[in-house]
Design a protein around this ligand. Sequence first.
Ligand code: SAM
Ligand code: ZN
Length: 300
Amino acid sequence: MQPLRLGAFAALRCPFCRADLAVAGRALRCPRRHSFDLARSGYVNLAVDHGPRRAAGGDTRAQLQRRSAVLDAGLFDFMADAIVAAVAPFSAASPLVLDAGCGTGHHLARVAAGLDKSCRGLGLDISRAATDIGARRFDNIAFAVADVWSDWPIRGAVADLVLSVFAPKNFGEAARCLRPGGMIALAYPGPDHLIGLRATLPLLNLPADKARHYRDRLRPWFAILSHARLRRRVEVDASLARDLVLMGPNARHLSTDDAAVHDAMLPVTLDVELIMARKSWPDQTACGSTSRGSSTSSRM
Ligand SMILES: C[S@@+](CC[C@H](N)C(=O)[O-])C[C@H]1O[C@@H](n2cnc3c(N)ncnc32)[C@H](O)[C@@H]1O
Ligand SMILES: [Zn+2]
């Protein structure tokens, strides 16, 4: 196994008994003999049924294909670049970057590569398809299937940076998994996101005042370092425009035909808000692990 992937797997703990997991051949095992096979591509499935807050299935293969087309075109690379620029001055030796809701690992891989060649990356996602694609694509990054709304299968205080990019947010677990002084990078769509397409297609509305909502939810554990608005105006063809719309939650209410754009090229605004915050919660023992019913995780 690639050494950086091996090093990232060392941050995992057993989802049943919370003891440390260790790589043993083609599986991860804990001292109590709970065992989790590595898939052929190299990801591990650590999702366990935690009852009422059990996650939905995550993104579909179709959404993943569309997101890959958009990400491979480099349209959102400015996000990872901004995160690297914000974190680089504080970066530790051989840092561990944990991406909660990592999808196929595009941003995680870019942030890890941008920080340091010894940087370890560990991606969690509920979608087996996403972790499978990520594990095939980035052999130096570790991927695990896990529900971000539940306890994360991560040892306490091991990560230097947690990424939450257009993904479900469980700030209590992020804080538990970060080292003292570690950081979270929280990226979510700003008010003008996809504004060019909103004029022609019936896209879902973006909730108002998300910034205040997230800052309030972060406050119990984090001190906000910066809050930036990253805006890019791009020209996309009809196919990429459809991918941009259907790679996200709009796929649940729009068909491929609904999302058809007839212009050859279309100007689109990408509007991303990026909050960087540092873990300020000093006492590791006080929290242990956030409970599943924690009212402090926030749904998107
Ligand atoms: C909009 S995508 C963003 C993916 C990636 N961060 C990116 O920006 O390309 C949201 C991701 O969250 C994942 N997801 C949804 N619910 C989840 C859950 N409960 N636990 C873990 N991942 C989840 C989806 O499968 C999907 O990959
Ligand atoms: Zn165990």
